[in-house]
Every structure is written in C-alpha cells, then in structure tokens.
Design a binder for this molecule. Sequence first.
Ligand SMILES: [Ca+2]
Length: 670
Amino acid sequence: MKHTLLTALLLAPLAPICAAEPPTKKPNVVLFLVDDMGWMDCGAYGSRYYQTPHIDAFAKQAMRFTDAYAMPLCSPTRASILSGQYTSRHGVTSAAGHTAPVKAALPEQAPGNAPFLMPESGSYLDPAQYTLAEALRDAGYRTAHIGKWHLGLTEPHWPEAHGFDVTFHCHPDPGPPGGYFSPYGVLPPGSARPKDKSIKYVVGNITDGPEGEYIVDRQAAEAEKFIEHHQARNKEQGTKNPFFLNLWCYGVHGPWGHKEAYTDEFAKTTDPRGVQGNPIMASMLRSVDECFGRILGKLDALGLAEDTIVIFTSDNGGNVHSNSGEDAKTQKRKADDPMLRDWRKWAGDKPPTSNAPLRDGKGRLYEGGTRVPLMVRWPGKIAPAATSDAIVGCHDFYPTILDLAGLPTPPQQKIDGVSFAPVLRGTGTLQRDAYFIWFPHLVPGVSVRQGDWKLIRRFTERPGDYEGVHELFNLKDDLGETKNLAAQMPEKVKALDALIDAFVKDTGALYPKPNPAYKAKAAKPQPAGAKPAADPSAGLVPKFCKLTVANGVARVEADGRTPFLGTAQIRASGPITLKLRARSTTGGPGKVQWVTQDQTEFPATGQTVAFTLPAGGEWQDITVDIPLTGDLRLLRLYLPADKSPVEIASIQSTGKTAKPKTWNFTSEKQ
Ligand SMILES: [Ca+2]
C-alpha cells in the first residue's frame, strides 16, 4: 500500500491524470430503447414479416430475454429505467410526460357518476430522484440522452436536470419533434409561444437537418458524434473515462412518418405467419434497425465493442389499436388528416402491428401490452446467442448496470429493481419472488407474475373488457391468456392477491377509493318469482363502453376510448330520422354513422351525421336526419361519454321507407 501511494505521489507531478483515474476501467453503456416496439416486432423474436438484420445479428452476440417486461405505456417505463423504482413508488403511472407538471395524486372528490376516486399520474420525473444517469456521471461517466424523453414538459424536469451532460431532445414529446422529417421546427429553450397559433410550439435543442432528413437517422448521427467526441476527449486529456449513451428512439411511435421507398418494398411482401403485414410499421422498424446498426458499427470502428455493454429493449408492447377502423382517436381525426390519408393508402385500416401469439397490446396489462424484447451484449462477459426466461423488467436496469460496472448501489436512492447481472454473467439466478405492474389507467388494474402464473386484479367490474375482477392465467400453458382460471383456482388467486396487497402497501400505490359522492342507481328489487322483464336494450350493442339499464334510463359509461352503440335492428331503405332523448353533465359532440347492405365495411370517411349533446345534465331531445340511400345494414350511435356517462331515456327511428323502431327505457314506472 505504502509503496503504491509513494509511487503515485512520485508520479503525480508528471502524470496528474493517472492519479485521478478510477482503479478499474468501467464499461461503456449503451441503452437503446425503441418506442412502442412489440415483442414479436423483429426477426430475433419470431417476426417473419419485419426485416431487422442488425437487431437479429446482435441477438447472436447477446443474451436474449424471453420474459422481459416494460410498463404498458411510455412515461412509466422511462421513469422506472432512470429511478429503478416501480411506477407506484415514483408516481409516473401514465403517459403524461408531455403535459403540464403535476404530482401524482388521489383526488379527494369526483363527479357523482364516477364510482371511484382514481389516481392521477404524475407528469414528470421528480428531480429529487437520484437517477441512473446521475449515479453513472458521479462515477466518472460522460452521459448523453438522445431522443424522446417524455418525463417532463418544463426545463426543471429535462434530461439536463437528471444527470445528462450531452442532450438532444424537445418538448412536448409524446412522439417525434412535430414530425419525422426535417424541418422539425423546434424552438430554442426559453422561446416565447408564437402569437401565430399555426406555428407549433415545441422547444428543445433539436435543430433542423437538411430538408427531408429522417429523425431516426439523425439520432444515429448524434449518437455517432457523441461517441466520437467522447473518444477524442479521452485522447486529448489522456483519460479513459467511460460513457453512458441513453438513446431513446423516436421510432416506431405515432405520427408514423416513414420512408416511402422502404414502405413500397414491404407493401409487395406478405407474412408467412399471416399475422403481421403493415408496410408502414415494417418501414419504420427498418429505419430503427439501421439506427441501431450504425451505433454498433461505430463501436466496432472505434474498437469499443469489447468495452461496451449494449442493451436493446422497448418501452411498452406493440400498438394494436391506433388507426384501426375501431380506434377512438382515429375516429376523432378529420377525414382529410394527412397522416390518416397516408395510413389508409399503405396500411388500409390495419393497426400498427400484431403481437400474436400474445394478447392485446400497448396500454393494456395483458402480455401484448407489457412483454417486450430485451437483449444485452457484453463480449467476453455475457454468453453470446444465449436465451434467458428470467422475469426481468425496466426498473431492473439501474441496479443491473451498476452491478456490471462494479459500482455500489447508491444509498440515497430507494431501488425496487433487482440486479440480473448474475443471470447475464451466468453465475446465478435472479433473486425475485414476484414481478408487479401497476396501471390504474385506460383499462385499469394491477398484475403480478410469479413463475408461470399471472394474476390481474381489477378495481371494478367492466364486463365489456374483462371477466370479473380477477383474471388468472398460466402463461406456460396459455401464453395468449385465453383461459381465465380464477373461478376454478380460488386458492391460487388468494395467494397471488396477497402478494399484490403487500406490493401496494410497500410501494405506497395510490389505491382507488370508493367515491363518497357516487349516486348508485340500484335496480329495483323484483318480487320473488316475478318473470324477468324483457331487456329493453335488446339489439343495442355497446362498444368501448358499458351499457346498463336501471330506473328508467340506459346508462353509457365509456372505457377511455370513443364509445358507441351499434345496432342491426333498424330496417330502412331510405332517409331516416333518429330521435334521441338523452342527458349528460359534460355533454359534447356525438355522431351517427352507418353502413349499407352493399358495403363490406364502414367507410373510412363520410356517411356520418354529427350532433351535439348539450352539457348540464338536463334531458335533451335531439333529432338526427340521416340521408340514407340503399338498404341499411348497421348503424352506430357515437355518444360523448368520454368525460362523464350519458344517460338515454329513448331512441326512436322513423322514415318513409323504414319500419319504425323504438328503444324506450322509461316505459317502466319511475
Ligand atoms: Ca411507447
């Protein structure tokens, strides 16, 4: 010891940099996070439609995880990566990172029609968190964040405030800076909001590239530049400092800008599996693959591959909702919306991707929403072409990266994640009993995975979306979550439910509470032996909503998407008049859309008559004249139930060449 110290002191005046060098060289870290890439969205995971040669080649050099998880949406995953915490602890539970700063909270009151007080998501990563980037920077790393952030709209919550030395980002940023192609039109930080409202107000340090530059290519260029500059800096200063490159790719999120030359190629191919086939998504994934390939190429060119841990993953499951014929947001778009027109041209009414064999997708607790690709490479340290079924997730990266780098877990940060470094090194197994996903939004609930078992617990019944409040699946036998075993295995449900209770308590989850102001409309008790009355809502099919009839009203409660009531029971071959008696506290726009016998599907645009339901909660009589030509097949009544339920007293359809049809919910005594 003495000798070493003496030597160091003697050498110090000659080579001061050496004395400051860390005792062992730390590995560089590249975290490449794709936005909305599903579990089956690359060749390495089984896609036969998408072409991802760089990702697939990387899989042969990396350990590939089959059972890795993210949260169902963007911001929660990102906050968990940087904090090492479950979402119920850090509070960013929904994709709110582009909205005005608010803390997570359980509201004290809610309107009388809401059965629960539901938690509201925080919209930024708390500056008090000691992030992964800060931990690495404080250990001598040079840190860079390139791309989508989605963890705070305003400057105090930007990446610079969370430990990143070099940055490339803009806000608000649920997707790329306005669009995928330059000019991006990002204003410098501090710019005032333009008076001309047609100019978008996106601020940050993303600068325009050459006209038509694709933002994912630009991210690759910025990453290459960072790595080159870092190397040059080390050379200049005689240091060997490591770097942390946090590249959060803009692809493959909306608004789905794509290179048409690629799209055109994929439009001519089909999926031998017969499940994927959206050429826009294929084009975007190729661009993501190229971006990833460029970064790997730069590591090779600079001789850094051996010294660099590269992590490839996604922030949530594949999107299987947007732009499909039934998508709520799509229904709100104007028919001449350029994005939608482009989508219909290339992809028809297909959603972005298919996660089959997994169930559902982004925004849902099913595997399709949460299971993501994850591969980790470190030549010589992690076995190549290896596969692991360890149950790992986004909040594990923090302790795992520190563990691999030989750094201590920071005492000032509460970390829920578990290091899976032993799995990567092949020296041990993961020390984890159960894995949880807390998601009180959209179709809300909480899930636990323990071994092959998965339990989803809902907060309330929603028959249109799921069965009961517990869904129990054995993922080994039933990866597609098709058989709910909750009713036949109550003991298993009880055991997993207890784990959820402990998780809720431990992480301080803001658990929904019954709304004291809720005015339940209980159905009148029937005398014993009475014949049940015929269902007055027969022939009305609720979609994206719950339809209940009680006390002389039909009540429509939306599930977060745009709800409608569909019917095939109106017989008409010419113009009809629809009379609707309805009420709602918040009101809003509604519409009627139809399809005739000679049409195979609802038209993407047109054949729509809009109406407005006034706010205020009073009964309103609304008349909608429908210029039907031909024989009616199906009719949809869209209702403004997204903010509060809509109650309906009656719906009546009449017309010269129509058979009158009435749904009257008030015929019973009130
Ligand atoms: Ca996402």
